[in-house]
Design a protein. Structure first.
Length: 105
């Protein structure tokens, strides 16, 4: 083996160890989950979802991101219900939650 090959192998191993350590640290420090929310309809038939104490109207397809009261990042995938769902006043919205580890809650 030449000196260049040895240096390359050692530096590659160190990079791999750093990447694995960083990934492990991220997994330890972050908690994530996915969920669905039922679509509700107001008296005019306009669909909305409730998250926490807030209502989000669904007038068009859109994504919203915000931080909740715990400092977690919330993503709601607001999609208009299908015609069948609107007629039956049903439907669901997908969402996800990403929280940094905090042992206080």
């Amino acid at each position: 083996m030449t000196d260049h090959t040895t240096v390359f192998i050692v530096s590659s191993c160190l990079k791999l160890i750093f990447i694995l350590f960083s990934l492990g640290l991220f997994i330890y420090c972050a908690n994530g989950s996915a969920f669905v929310l039922p679509v509700k309809y107001d008296e005019r038939g306009i669909p909305f979802v409730e998250y926490g104490e807030h209502e989000y109207l669904i007038k068009e397809d859109r994504d919203i991101n915000f931080r909740d009261e715990n400092g977690c990042t919330v993503h709601l995938d607001l999609r208009l219900p299908t015609l069948d769902e609107m007629e039956m006043e049903t439907g669901f919205v997908q969402g996800s939650l990403l929280c940094l580890r905090n042992d206080n809650y």
